[in-house]
Design a protein around this ligand. Structure first.
Ligand SMILES: Nc1ncnc2c1ncn2[C@@H]1O[C@H](COP(=O)(O)OP(=O)(O)O)[C@@H](O)[C@H]1O
Ligand SMILES: [Mg+2]
Length: 259
């Protein structure tokens, strides 16, 4: 399949290029030659069964894991040979959203979202306030949420605070690892909307790991299907739906069978 055309006009140059990536743990070959290109400003969903290596692949994209061989080129630069400092610079241009929102329980919503700015910038207080509020607004969170603590929020709201924090530094890339797992359908739709809003309003490049097909079809410009260490199908949602690869067919049939 040929790479998909993106909804986003900015999607011309590649933002992420993974080339022939291999990773083994002990004698367990998890990734055995991954090739994947994500154009700037587009959203790529990585689908695959549990344990297929989706999280391992994503961790390579941000340099949390080093491959046995292969390249991970972010905005033109291979991050694999980079040392801690250079890597940290690249990481600062990324936002991350994990399955658990991982908010700081002892901090208010405002302080949670402001945290990356306080850590990594010298922004004065008024700029911080303005940036935090803009991101909370984008996530549909009202002013009165600012001073609340994570424990007092619903799961869906916590998730949105996590998304606001992930995009507060104006990242080039946002990585989402199973952002909707464990959420009810309405909250899932809301998170999908937020992913699309971040793409539309901020032009971010997004990589989303999911095993929720309807969510994947909602947000993806491109879906890459991971099976047995390689990407066995890669294309638009429509192209994936027509894939003849047995692993993809089983996955889709199982899903559409039960939904
Ligand atoms: N740090 C690690 N050490 C050893 N094995 C690992 C490590 N991280 C992941 N694995 C193994 O790699 C495989 C893929 O894991 P993962 O990427 O988390 O799967 P998933 O597709 O569900 O996200 C699993 O078998 C997992 O046990
Ligand atoms: Mg995972």
């Amino acid at each position: 399949m040929s790479p998909p055309a993106s909804r986003s006009p900015a999607a011309s140059r590649p933002m992420i290029q993974v080339e022939d990536l291999h990773k083994t743990f002990g004698d367990h070959k998890v990734l055995t030659g991954i090739n994947l290109t994500v154009p700037a400003g587009s959203t790529c969903v990585i689908l695959g069964g549990s344990g297929s290596g989706k999280t391992v692949l994503m961790k390579h994209m941000i340099g949390l894991l080093k491959p046995d061989s292969g390249k991970v080129i972010i905005d033109g630069e291979d991050i694999v040979p980079m040392g801690v400092e250079a890597l940290q610079k690249v990481r600062n241009t990324f936002g991350m959203v994990f399955q658990a929102a991982a908010l700081f329980d002892s901090m208010t919503v405002f302080e949670n979202v402001a945290f990356p700015l306080r850590e990594h910038t010298k922004d004065p207080e008024d700029v911080i306030r303005q940036k935090v509020r803009a991101r909370l607004d984008l996530m549909g969170l009202k002013r009165d949420v600012e001073d609340r603590f994570p424990a007092d929020l619903s799961g869906g709201m916590r998730k949105r605070v996590g998304l606001a924090r992930a995009i507060v530094m104006d990242p080039k890339v946002v990585l989402y690892d199973e952002p909707t797992t464990g959420l009810d359908p309405i909250t899932t739709d809301y998170v999908d909307e937020m992913i699309l809003a971040a793409q539309r309003e901020l032009g971010v490049t997004s990589v989303v790991i999911s095993h929720d097909i309807s969510s994947a079809f909602n947000v993806a410009d491109q879906i890459a299907f991971l099976s047995k260490g390689v990407i066995v199908a890669n294309g638009t949602p429509e192209q994936l739906r027509e894939s003849e690869h047995p692993a993809v067919k089983v996955f889709l049939e199982t899903w559409f069978g039960k939904n």
